[in-house]
Ligand binder design. Structure first.
Ligand code: GAP
Length: 515
Protein backbone atom coordinates (compact mmCIF):
# COMPACT_ATOMS: atom_id res chain seq x y z
CA UNK A 1 0.00 0.00 0.00
CA UNK A 2 1.23 3.48 -0.83
CA UNK A 3 0.73 4.54 2.77
CA UNK A 4 2.59 7.78 2.28
CA UNK A 5 0.39 8.92 -0.57
CA UNK A 6 -2.73 7.93 1.34
CA UNK A 7 -1.72 9.83 4.48
CA UNK A 8 -0.75 12.88 2.44
CA UNK A 9 -4.06 12.70 0.64
CA UNK A 10 -6.07 12.71 3.87
CA UNK A 11 -4.13 15.63 5.34
CA UNK A 12 -4.10 17.56 2.04
CA UNK A 13 -7.88 17.14 1.78
CA UNK A 14 -8.32 18.72 5.18
CA UNK A 15 -5.72 21.45 4.84
CA UNK A 16 -7.08 22.76 1.55
CA UNK A 17 -10.81 22.46 2.32
CA UNK A 18 -11.73 19.35 0.35
CA UNK A 19 -12.85 16.98 3.13
CA UNK A 20 -13.26 17.34 6.90
CA UNK A 21 -14.13 14.56 9.35
CA UNK A 22 -17.80 14.95 10.33
CA UNK A 23 -18.56 16.37 13.81
CA UNK A 24 -14.86 16.91 14.39
CA UNK A 25 -15.36 19.06 17.50
CA UNK A 26 -16.95 15.99 19.10
CA UNK A 27 -14.05 13.76 17.93
CA UNK A 28 -15.75 12.75 14.70
CA UNK A 29 -18.35 10.19 13.65
CA UNK A 30 -17.06 6.96 12.09
CA UNK A 31 -17.52 6.64 8.36
CA UNK A 32 -19.08 10.09 7.90
CA UNK A 33 -17.35 13.09 6.28
CA UNK A 34 -18.13 16.68 5.34
CA UNK A 35 -17.04 18.24 2.08
CA UNK A 36 -15.40 21.67 2.41
CA UNK A 37 -15.51 24.56 -0.07
CA UNK A 38 -13.09 22.96 -2.57
CA UNK A 39 -14.62 19.53 -2.04
CA UNK A 40 -18.14 20.81 -2.72
CA UNK A 41 -16.96 22.33 -6.02
CA UNK A 42 -15.11 19.19 -7.12
CA UNK A 43 -18.07 17.02 -6.17
CA UNK A 44 -20.45 19.23 -8.15
CA UNK A 45 -18.16 19.03 -11.17
CA UNK A 46 -18.01 15.24 -11.03
CA UNK A 47 -21.81 15.15 -10.76
CA UNK A 48 -22.11 17.48 -13.74
CA UNK A 49 -19.72 15.34 -15.77
CA UNK A 50 -21.75 12.21 -15.02
CA UNK A 51 -25.15 13.86 -15.48
CA UNK A 52 -24.21 15.39 -18.82
CA UNK A 53 -22.62 12.17 -20.07
CA UNK A 54 -25.80 10.28 -19.18
CA UNK A 55 -28.78 12.62 -19.48
CA UNK A 56 -27.64 15.41 -21.79
CA UNK A 57 -25.84 13.24 -24.33
CA UNK A 58 -28.45 10.44 -24.53
CA UNK A 59 -31.86 11.38 -25.90
CA UNK A 60 -33.30 8.25 -24.30
CA UNK A 61 -32.00 8.82 -20.76
CA UNK A 62 -33.90 11.12 -18.42
CA UNK A 63 -33.23 12.30 -14.90
CA UNK A 64 -35.02 11.77 -11.59
CA UNK A 65 -34.70 13.05 -8.03
CA UNK A 66 -36.68 10.69 -5.82
CA UNK A 67 -37.08 10.93 -2.03
CA UNK A 68 -34.74 9.18 0.39
CA UNK A 69 -37.65 7.87 2.47
CA UNK A 70 -39.83 5.34 0.70
CA UNK A 71 -42.58 2.94 1.65
CA UNK A 72 -41.01 0.16 3.77
CA UNK A 73 -42.51 -2.53 1.53
CA UNK A 74 -40.14 -1.37 -1.22
CA UNK A 75 -37.21 -2.82 0.73
CA UNK A 76 -39.08 -6.04 1.40
CA UNK A 77 -39.85 -6.43 -2.31
CA UNK A 78 -36.33 -5.56 -3.42
CA UNK A 79 -34.89 -8.22 -1.08
CA UNK A 80 -32.92 -5.76 1.05
CA UNK A 81 -34.79 -6.57 4.29
CA UNK A 82 -33.97 -10.26 4.00
CA UNK A 83 -30.71 -10.34 2.10
CA UNK A 84 -28.81 -7.04 2.25
CA UNK A 85 -26.39 -8.45 4.78
CA UNK A 86 -22.67 -8.62 5.38
CA UNK A 87 -21.08 -11.51 7.29
CA UNK A 88 -19.53 -10.18 10.47
CA UNK A 89 -17.11 -11.77 12.90
CA UNK A 90 -15.85 -10.50 16.28
CA UNK A 91 -12.47 -11.09 17.81
CA UNK A 92 -13.09 -12.26 21.38
CA UNK A 93 -9.81 -10.84 22.71
CA UNK A 94 -9.62 -7.44 21.04
CA UNK A 95 -13.45 -7.03 20.90
CA UNK A 96 -12.96 -5.68 17.38
CA UNK A 97 -15.54 -6.40 14.72
CA UNK A 98 -14.69 -7.29 11.12
CA UNK A 99 -16.34 -8.30 7.88
CA UNK A 100 -15.47 -11.97 7.48
CA UNK A 101 -15.33 -11.74 3.67
CA UNK A 102 -12.98 -8.73 3.84
CA UNK A 103 -10.57 -10.63 6.11
CA UNK A 104 -10.49 -13.47 3.58
CA UNK A 105 -10.17 -11.12 0.60
CA UNK A 106 -7.12 -9.57 2.28
CA UNK A 107 -5.48 -13.02 2.14
CA UNK A 108 -6.24 -13.20 -1.60
CA UNK A 109 -4.76 -9.70 -2.02
CA UNK A 110 -1.57 -10.88 -0.28
CA UNK A 111 -1.21 -13.80 -2.71
CA UNK A 112 -1.82 -11.47 -5.66
CA UNK A 113 0.79 -9.04 -4.34
CA UNK A 114 3.31 -11.90 -4.14
CA UNK A 115 2.57 -12.80 -7.77
CA UNK A 116 3.06 -9.20 -8.92
CA UNK A 117 6.37 -8.98 -7.01
CA UNK A 118 7.63 -12.19 -8.62
CA UNK A 119 6.62 -10.95 -12.10
CA UNK A 120 8.44 -7.63 -11.53
CA UNK A 121 11.55 -9.47 -10.32
CA UNK A 122 11.59 -11.60 -13.45
CA UNK A 123 10.95 -8.60 -15.71
CA UNK A 124 14.10 -6.96 -14.37
CA UNK A 125 16.12 -10.17 -14.72
CA UNK A 126 15.32 -11.26 -18.28
CA UNK A 127 15.66 -9.39 -21.56
CA UNK A 128 12.71 -9.91 -23.93
CA UNK A 129 10.58 -10.90 -20.93
CA UNK A 130 7.39 -12.73 -21.95
CA UNK A 131 4.99 -11.94 -19.09
CA UNK A 132 2.14 -14.18 -20.25
CA UNK A 133 4.49 -17.14 -20.63
CA UNK A 134 6.05 -16.49 -17.21
CA UNK A 135 2.65 -16.28 -15.50
CA UNK A 136 1.49 -19.53 -17.08
CA UNK A 137 4.65 -21.58 -16.42
CA UNK A 138 6.41 -20.36 -13.27
CA UNK A 139 5.69 -22.96 -10.56
CA UNK A 140 5.54 -20.51 -7.66
CA UNK A 141 3.30 -18.04 -9.49
CA UNK A 142 0.98 -20.87 -10.55
CA UNK A 143 0.76 -22.19 -7.01
CA UNK A 144 -0.14 -18.77 -5.58
CA UNK A 145 -2.65 -18.11 -8.37
CA UNK A 146 -4.34 -21.49 -7.81
CA UNK A 147 -4.50 -20.89 -4.07
CA UNK A 148 -6.00 -17.42 -4.58
CA UNK A 149 -8.59 -18.83 -6.99
CA UNK A 150 -9.53 -21.69 -4.66
CA UNK A 151 -10.00 -19.30 -1.70
CA UNK A 152 -12.08 -16.87 -3.81
CA UNK A 153 -14.29 -19.73 -5.04
CA UNK A 154 -14.86 -21.14 -1.56
CA UNK A 155 -15.71 -17.67 -0.22
CA UNK A 156 -18.12 -17.02 -3.11
CA UNK A 157 -19.86 -20.37 -2.51
CA UNK A 158 -20.05 -19.74 1.23
CA UNK A 159 -21.70 -16.36 0.64
CA UNK A 160 -24.03 -17.68 -2.05
CA UNK A 161 -25.20 -20.63 0.07
CA UNK A 162 -25.18 -18.61 3.31
CA UNK A 163 -22.77 -21.25 4.66
CA UNK A 164 -21.40 -19.13 7.50
CA UNK A 165 -19.82 -22.13 9.23
CA UNK A 166 -17.62 -22.75 6.20
CA UNK A 167 -16.57 -19.08 6.06
CA UNK A 168 -15.49 -19.38 9.70
CA UNK A 169 -13.68 -22.67 8.85
CA UNK A 170 -11.87 -20.90 6.00
CA UNK A 171 -10.72 -18.13 8.35
CA UNK A 172 -9.36 -20.76 10.71
CA UNK A 173 -7.69 -22.82 7.97
CA UNK A 174 -5.98 -19.72 6.58
CA UNK A 175 -4.89 -18.88 10.14
CA UNK A 176 -6.18 -15.34 9.75
CA UNK A 177 -5.35 -13.21 12.77
CA UNK A 178 -6.99 -9.99 13.96
CA UNK A 179 -5.03 -7.31 12.01
CA UNK A 180 -5.08 -5.19 15.16
CA UNK A 181 -4.10 -7.57 17.94
CA UNK A 182 -2.82 -10.71 16.19
CA UNK A 183 -5.34 -12.86 18.10
CA UNK A 184 -7.04 -15.82 16.37
CA UNK A 185 -9.80 -16.15 18.97
CA UNK A 186 -12.87 -15.59 16.73
CA UNK A 187 -16.61 -15.80 17.32
CA UNK A 188 -18.87 -17.55 14.79
CA UNK A 189 -19.75 -15.62 11.63
CA UNK A 190 -23.19 -13.92 11.70
CA UNK A 191 -25.20 -11.96 9.13
CA UNK A 192 -25.73 -8.24 9.78
CA UNK A 193 -28.31 -6.17 7.86
CA UNK A 194 -26.82 -2.96 6.51
CA UNK A 195 -29.91 -0.78 6.41
CA UNK A 196 -30.34 2.07 8.88
CA UNK A 197 -33.89 2.51 10.10
CA UNK A 198 -35.99 5.09 11.83
CA UNK A 199 -39.62 5.49 12.90
CA UNK A 200 -42.40 7.53 11.31
CA UNK A 201 -44.05 9.71 14.00
CA UNK A 202 -47.69 8.91 13.23
CA UNK A 203 -47.53 5.10 12.81
CA UNK A 204 -46.53 2.86 15.71
CA UNK A 205 -44.66 -0.43 15.42
CA UNK A 206 -43.29 -2.29 12.41
CA UNK A 207 -45.65 -0.55 9.95
CA UNK A 208 -44.07 2.81 10.73
CA UNK A 209 -40.51 1.55 10.39
CA UNK A 210 -38.72 3.50 7.67
CA UNK A 211 -35.35 2.73 6.10
CA UNK A 212 -32.76 5.19 4.90
CA UNK A 213 -32.28 4.01 1.32
CA UNK A 214 -29.16 1.87 0.85
CA UNK A 215 -29.19 2.53 -2.92
CA UNK A 216 -30.90 5.14 -5.09
CA UNK A 217 -31.96 2.50 -7.62
CA UNK A 218 -35.27 1.56 -5.96
CA UNK A 219 -36.56 5.13 -6.33
CA UNK A 220 -36.03 4.68 -10.06
CA UNK A 221 -37.76 1.29 -10.23
CA UNK A 222 -40.91 2.39 -8.46
CA UNK A 223 -41.14 5.48 -10.71
CA UNK A 224 -40.51 3.51 -13.89
CA UNK A 225 -44.07 3.84 -15.25
CA UNK A 226 -44.49 7.47 -14.11
CA UNK A 227 -41.37 8.45 -16.01
CA UNK A 228 -42.12 6.30 -19.05
CA UNK A 229 -45.62 7.73 -19.40
CA UNK A 230 -44.75 11.37 -18.75
CA UNK A 231 -41.77 11.37 -21.12
CA UNK A 232 -43.23 8.93 -23.71
CA UNK A 233 -39.94 7.04 -23.80
CA UNK A 234 -39.79 3.72 -25.63
CA UNK A 235 -37.78 0.72 -24.46
CA UNK A 236 -34.78 0.83 -24.46
CA UNK A 237 -34.56 3.91 -22.28
CA UNK A 238 -32.78 4.92 -19.09
CA UNK A 239 -33.49 6.82 -15.86
CA UNK A 240 -30.56 8.48 -14.10
CA UNK A 241 -30.36 9.69 -10.54
CA UNK A 242 -27.75 11.16 -8.20
CA UNK A 243 -28.40 11.03 -4.48
CA UNK A 244 -27.49 10.04 -0.96
CA UNK A 245 -27.44 6.43 0.16
CA UNK A 246 -26.84 5.03 3.66
CA UNK A 247 -25.32 1.76 4.78
CA UNK A 248 -24.54 0.68 8.30
CA UNK A 249 -21.13 -0.65 7.24
CA UNK A 250 -19.58 -2.97 9.81
CA UNK A 251 -16.18 -1.49 9.24
CA UNK A 252 -16.22 1.94 7.60
CA UNK A 253 -12.65 2.81 6.73
CA UNK A 254 -10.12 3.88 4.14
CA UNK A 255 -11.32 7.47 4.38
CA UNK A 256 -14.17 8.14 1.94
CA UNK A 257 -13.85 4.73 0.27
CA UNK A 258 -16.33 3.02 2.58
CA UNK A 259 -18.72 5.41 4.31
CA UNK A 260 -21.97 5.08 6.21
CA UNK A 261 -23.48 8.06 4.37
CA UNK A 262 -22.42 8.47 0.77
CA UNK A 263 -23.66 9.44 -2.66
CA UNK A 264 -24.39 7.30 -5.71
CA UNK A 265 -24.80 8.13 -9.40
CA UNK A 266 -27.03 5.38 -10.78
CA UNK A 267 -28.68 4.70 -14.11
CA UNK A 268 -31.22 1.98 -14.80
CA UNK A 269 -31.53 1.06 -18.46
CA UNK A 270 -34.89 -0.60 -19.25
CA UNK A 271 -34.64 -3.13 -22.07
CA UNK A 272 -36.42 -6.01 -23.79
CA UNK A 273 -36.03 -9.35 -21.98
CA UNK A 274 -33.35 -11.37 -23.76
CA UNK A 275 -31.34 -8.32 -24.89
CA UNK A 276 -29.57 -7.91 -21.54
CA UNK A 277 -26.18 -9.34 -22.50
CA UNK A 278 -25.93 -7.00 -25.49
CA UNK A 279 -26.73 -3.94 -23.37
CA UNK A 280 -24.54 -5.17 -20.54
CA UNK A 281 -21.57 -5.28 -22.95
CA UNK A 282 -22.52 -1.84 -24.31
CA UNK A 283 -22.67 -0.16 -20.89
CA UNK A 284 -19.47 -1.83 -19.72
CA UNK A 285 -17.54 -0.18 -22.55
CA UNK A 286 -19.39 3.12 -22.35
CA UNK A 287 -18.74 3.49 -18.64
CA UNK A 288 -15.09 2.53 -19.00
CA UNK A 289 -14.74 5.25 -21.68
CA UNK A 290 -16.24 7.79 -19.23
CA UNK A 291 -13.60 6.88 -16.64
CA UNK A 292 -10.74 6.82 -19.15
CA UNK A 293 -11.46 10.40 -20.21
CA UNK A 294 -10.36 11.56 -16.73
CA UNK A 295 -8.18 8.69 -15.43
CA UNK A 296 -5.18 6.89 -17.01
CA UNK A 297 -6.20 3.54 -18.50
CA UNK A 298 -3.48 1.68 -16.55
CA UNK A 299 -5.21 2.60 -13.28
CA UNK A 300 -8.53 1.05 -14.33
CA UNK A 301 -9.60 -2.53 -14.91
CA UNK A 302 -12.68 -4.73 -15.11
CA UNK A 303 -13.25 -7.37 -12.47
CA UNK A 304 -16.09 -9.87 -12.89
CA UNK A 305 -17.99 -10.63 -9.68
CA UNK A 306 -17.16 -14.01 -8.13
CA UNK A 307 -20.27 -13.71 -6.03
CA UNK A 308 -23.36 -12.36 -7.79
CA UNK A 309 -25.67 -10.13 -5.73
CA UNK A 310 -29.10 -11.60 -5.12
CA UNK A 311 -30.62 -9.50 -7.92
CA UNK A 312 -28.08 -9.95 -10.74
CA UNK A 313 -27.47 -12.50 -13.53
CA UNK A 314 -24.20 -10.82 -14.59
CA UNK A 315 -22.07 -8.24 -12.81
CA UNK A 316 -18.72 -6.59 -13.24
CA UNK A 317 -16.83 -3.92 -11.33
CA UNK A 318 -14.75 -1.17 -12.80
CA UNK A 319 -11.85 -1.10 -10.37
CA UNK A 320 -9.45 1.78 -9.79
CA UNK A 321 -5.97 1.43 -8.36
CA UNK A 322 -6.44 3.31 -5.07
CA UNK A 323 -3.37 3.82 -2.83
CA UNK A 324 -4.49 0.62 -1.04
CA UNK A 325 -4.78 -1.44 -4.26
CA UNK A 326 -7.29 -2.11 -7.06
CA UNK A 327 -10.81 -1.75 -5.59
CA UNK A 328 -14.38 -1.29 -6.83
CA UNK A 329 -15.22 2.14 -8.17
CA UNK A 330 -18.35 1.32 -10.17
CA UNK A 331 -20.63 -1.67 -10.58
CA UNK A 332 -22.41 -2.67 -13.78
CA UNK A 333 -25.16 -5.18 -13.15
CA UNK A 334 -27.66 -7.04 -15.26
CA UNK A 335 -30.59 -7.05 -12.79
CA UNK A 336 -33.03 -8.98 -14.99
CA UNK A 337 -36.69 -8.24 -14.12
CA UNK A 338 -36.01 -8.93 -10.45
CA UNK A 339 -36.88 -5.46 -9.14
CA UNK A 340 -39.83 -4.54 -11.35
CA UNK A 341 -41.20 -8.09 -11.05
CA UNK A 342 -40.93 -8.05 -7.25
CA UNK A 343 -42.62 -4.63 -6.97
CA UNK A 344 -45.37 -5.87 -9.26
CA UNK A 345 -45.93 -8.89 -7.01
CA UNK A 346 -45.72 -6.98 -3.72
CA UNK A 347 -47.83 -3.94 -4.76
CA UNK A 348 -50.31 -5.77 -6.98
CA UNK A 349 -49.82 -3.00 -9.57
CA UNK A 350 -48.70 -3.81 -13.10
CA UNK A 351 -45.09 -2.85 -13.87
CA UNK A 352 -45.36 -3.64 -17.56
CA UNK A 353 -44.48 -1.89 -20.74
CA UNK A 354 -46.47 -2.26 -23.95
CA UNK A 355 -43.99 -2.67 -26.78
CA UNK A 356 -45.67 -1.35 -29.95
CA UNK A 357 -43.15 -3.05 -32.25
CA UNK A 358 -43.73 -6.49 -30.73
CA UNK A 359 -47.37 -5.75 -29.99
CA UNK A 360 -46.98 -7.29 -26.51
CA UNK A 361 -46.59 -6.27 -22.88
CA UNK A 362 -43.72 -7.37 -20.67
CA UNK A 363 -41.84 -6.49 -17.50
CA UNK A 364 -38.63 -4.90 -18.86
CA UNK A 365 -35.21 -6.21 -17.92
CA UNK A 366 -32.70 -3.75 -16.49
CA UNK A 367 -28.99 -3.11 -16.88
CA UNK A 368 -27.72 -0.83 -14.16
CA UNK A 369 -24.62 1.34 -13.92
CA UNK A 370 -23.81 2.49 -10.39
CA UNK A 371 -20.82 4.59 -9.41
CA UNK A 372 -20.06 5.99 -5.97
CA UNK A 373 -19.58 9.74 -6.15
CA UNK A 374 -17.29 9.75 -3.11
CA UNK A 375 -15.17 6.92 -4.52
CA UNK A 376 -14.94 8.78 -7.81
CA UNK A 377 -13.83 11.84 -5.84
CA UNK A 378 -11.18 9.76 -4.04
CA UNK A 379 -9.95 8.28 -7.31
CA UNK A 380 -9.59 11.73 -8.89
CA UNK A 381 -7.74 13.08 -5.84
CA UNK A 382 -5.40 10.11 -5.45
CA UNK A 383 -4.59 10.21 -9.12
CA UNK A 384 -3.91 13.94 -9.11
CA UNK A 385 -1.87 14.58 -5.98
CA UNK A 386 1.77 14.98 -6.98
CA UNK A 387 4.85 16.26 -5.16
CA UNK A 388 7.37 17.43 -7.72
CA UNK A 389 10.70 19.14 -8.06
CA UNK A 390 10.56 22.53 -9.72
CA UNK A 391 13.41 22.95 -12.22
CA UNK A 392 15.76 25.90 -11.63
CA UNK A 393 14.14 26.82 -8.30
CA UNK A 394 15.84 27.27 -4.94
CA UNK A 395 14.98 26.67 -1.28
CA UNK A 396 11.34 26.17 -0.38
CA UNK A 397 10.37 26.91 -3.99
CA UNK A 398 12.30 23.87 -5.25
CA UNK A 399 9.38 21.50 -4.69
CA UNK A 400 5.67 21.93 -5.09
CA UNK A 401 2.49 20.03 -4.32
CA UNK A 402 0.17 20.09 -7.27
CA UNK A 403 -3.24 18.58 -7.89
CA UNK A 404 -3.27 17.63 -11.54
CA UNK A 405 -7.06 17.40 -11.64
CA UNK A 406 -8.54 17.22 -15.15
CA UNK A 407 -9.19 20.97 -15.72
CA UNK A 408 -12.91 20.52 -16.45
CA UNK A 409 -13.28 19.08 -12.93
CA UNK A 410 -11.03 21.56 -11.10
CA UNK A 411 -12.82 23.39 -8.25
CA UNK A 412 -11.43 26.76 -9.32
CA UNK A 413 -10.79 27.37 -13.00
CA UNK A 414 -8.85 30.58 -12.77
CA UNK A 415 -7.14 32.68 -10.08
CA UNK A 416 -6.69 36.42 -10.50
CA UNK A 417 -3.63 37.84 -8.74
CA UNK A 418 -2.35 41.43 -8.62
CA UNK A 419 1.45 41.20 -8.48
CA UNK A 420 1.48 43.36 -5.34
CA UNK A 421 -1.37 44.49 -3.14
CA UNK A 422 -0.29 47.90 -1.98
CA UNK A 423 -0.82 49.63 -5.34
CA UNK A 424 -4.37 50.83 -5.67
CA UNK A 425 -4.43 51.00 -9.47
CA UNK A 426 -3.10 47.40 -9.77
CA UNK A 427 -5.69 46.10 -7.33
CA UNK A 428 -8.44 47.96 -9.16
CA UNK A 429 -7.32 46.52 -12.50
CA UNK A 430 -7.15 42.98 -11.06
CA UNK A 431 -10.60 43.37 -9.49
CA UNK A 432 -11.89 44.45 -12.91
CA UNK A 433 -10.50 41.28 -14.54
CA UNK A 434 -11.97 39.12 -11.75
CA UNK A 435 -15.37 40.81 -12.10
CA UNK A 436 -15.43 39.93 -15.80
CA UNK A 437 -14.33 36.33 -15.41
CA UNK A 438 -16.51 35.42 -12.42
CA UNK A 439 -19.63 35.27 -14.57
CA UNK A 440 -18.09 32.53 -16.69
CA UNK A 441 -15.96 30.43 -14.34
CA UNK A 442 -15.35 29.68 -10.69
CA UNK A 443 -12.55 32.17 -9.97
CA UNK A 444 -10.56 33.18 -6.92
CA UNK A 445 -9.14 36.63 -6.27
CA UNK A 446 -6.02 36.52 -4.09
CA UNK A 447 -3.69 39.37 -3.17
CA UNK A 448 -2.15 38.04 0.05
CA UNK A 449 1.53 36.90 0.26
CA UNK A 450 4.29 36.83 -2.35
CA UNK A 451 3.23 35.82 -5.84
CA UNK A 452 5.18 32.52 -5.71
CA UNK A 453 3.31 31.48 -2.61
CA UNK A 454 -0.02 32.33 -4.21
CA UNK A 455 0.87 30.17 -7.23
CA UNK A 456 1.63 27.28 -4.86
CA UNK A 457 -1.71 27.71 -3.11
CA UNK A 458 -3.50 27.48 -6.45
CA UNK A 459 -1.40 24.46 -7.53
CA UNK A 460 -2.42 22.72 -4.31
CA UNK A 461 -6.13 23.02 -5.14
CA UNK A 462 -5.62 22.19 -8.82
CA UNK A 463 -6.41 25.57 -10.43
CA UNK A 464 -5.50 25.23 -14.13
CA UNK A 465 -4.75 28.94 -14.70
CA UNK A 466 -3.37 31.89 -12.74
CA UNK A 467 -3.73 35.34 -14.25
CA UNK A 468 -1.27 37.93 -12.91
CA UNK A 469 -1.82 41.65 -13.24
CA UNK A 470 1.43 43.63 -13.18
CA UNK A 471 2.58 47.16 -14.04
CA UNK A 472 2.58 46.45 -17.79
CA UNK A 473 -1.09 45.52 -17.47
CA UNK A 474 -1.80 49.15 -16.57
CA UNK A 475 -0.03 50.34 -19.70
CA UNK A 476 -1.19 47.91 -22.37
CA UNK A 477 -4.11 45.82 -21.04
CA UNK A 478 -2.13 42.58 -21.08
CA UNK A 479 -1.60 40.02 -18.29
CA UNK A 480 0.52 36.92 -17.78
CA UNK A 481 -1.33 33.65 -17.69
CA UNK A 482 0.37 30.70 -15.98
CA UNK A 483 -0.60 27.13 -16.76
CA UNK A 484 -0.64 24.79 -13.76
CA UNK A 485 1.10 21.68 -15.11
CA UNK A 486 3.85 23.22 -17.25
CA UNK A 487 4.16 26.36 -15.09
CA UNK A 488 4.69 28.20 -18.40
CA UNK A 489 3.70 31.83 -18.40
CA UNK A 490 2.67 33.75 -21.48
CA UNK A 491 1.65 37.35 -21.92
CA UNK A 492 -1.76 37.83 -23.50
CA UNK A 493 -4.32 40.62 -23.96
CA UNK A 494 -6.91 40.66 -21.16
CA UNK A 495 -9.59 40.20 -23.81
CA UNK A 496 -8.16 36.73 -24.64
CA UNK A 497 -8.04 35.32 -21.09
CA UNK A 498 -11.60 33.99 -20.98
CA UNK A 499 -11.14 32.18 -24.30
CA UNK A 500 -7.92 30.50 -23.13
CA UNK A 501 -9.46 29.34 -19.85
CA UNK A 502 -12.63 28.14 -21.56
CA UNK A 503 -10.70 26.21 -24.20
CA UNK A 504 -9.11 23.94 -21.61
CA UNK A 505 -11.75 23.74 -18.92
CA UNK A 506 -15.02 23.21 -20.74
CA UNK A 507 -16.79 19.98 -19.96
CA UNK A 508 -17.92 19.36 -23.53
CA UNK A 509 -14.40 18.29 -24.54
CA UNK A 510 -14.60 15.36 -22.14
CA UNK A 511 -18.07 14.48 -23.40
CA UNK A 512 -16.93 14.54 -27.03
CA UNK A 513 -14.00 12.32 -26.15
CA UNK A 514 -16.37 9.63 -24.87
CA UNK A 515 -18.55 9.93 -27.95
N1 GAP B 1 -27.67 -0.19 -6.99
C1 GAP B 1 -26.55 -1.05 -7.00
C2 GAP B 1 -25.62 -0.83 -5.91
O1 GAP B 1 -25.90 -0.09 -4.99
P1 GAP B 1 -23.23 -1.45 -5.06
O2 GAP B 1 -22.12 -2.18 -5.78
O3 GAP B 1 -23.64 -1.94 -3.73
O4 GAP B 1 -24.46 -1.50 -6.07
C3 GAP B 1 -22.58 0.83 -6.12
O5 GAP B 1 -22.87 0.08 -4.95
C4 GAP B 1 -21.44 1.78 -5.88
O6 GAP B 1 -21.71 2.58 -4.74
C5 GAP B 1 -20.11 1.09 -5.57
O7 GAP B 1 -19.42 0.73 -6.75
C6 GAP B 1 -19.37 2.17 -4.80
O8 GAP B 1 -18.73 3.06 -5.69
C7 GAP B 1 -20.49 2.90 -4.08
N2 GAP B 1 -20.57 2.46 -2.68
C8 GAP B 1 -21.18 1.37 -2.19
N3 GAP B 1 -21.06 1.31 -0.85
C9 GAP B 1 -20.35 2.40 -0.48
C10 GAP B 1 -19.90 2.92 0.77
N4 GAP B 1 -20.18 2.31 1.91
N5 GAP B 1 -19.18 4.08 0.77
C11 GAP B 1 -18.92 4.72 -0.38
N6 GAP B 1 -19.33 4.28 -1.59
C12 GAP B 1 -20.03 3.14 -1.66
Amino acid sequence: MQEDLFKRLVSHSKEYGFIYPSSEVYDGLGGVYDYGPMGAELKNNIKEYWWKAMVQVHENIVGLDSAIFMHPKIWKASGHVDAFNDPLIDNKDSKKRYRADVLIEAEIDKLEAKIEKEVEKARKKFDNFDEAMFRSTNARVLDWANRAEAIAKRLANGLKDNNLADIKALIEELEIADPDSGSRNWTDVRQFNLMFNTQMSNIAGEDGKLYLRPETAQGIFVNFLNVQKTTRQKVPFGIAQIGKAFRNEIVARQFIFRMREFEQMEMQYFIRPGSEMEWYAYWKEKRMAWHRAVTPAAKLRFKDHDNLAFYANAAVDIQFEFPFGFKELEGIHSRTDHDLGSHQDMSGKKMQYFDPELNESYVPYVVETSVGLDRMFLSILSNSLVEETVPDAQGEDSTRTVLRIPPALSPIKCAVLPIVRNKEDLVEKARGVFDQLKFQFTCQYDEKDAIGRRYRRQDAIGTPYCVTIDFDSLENDTVTIRERDSMQQVRVPISEVAGIVRQKTEMHRLLEQIG
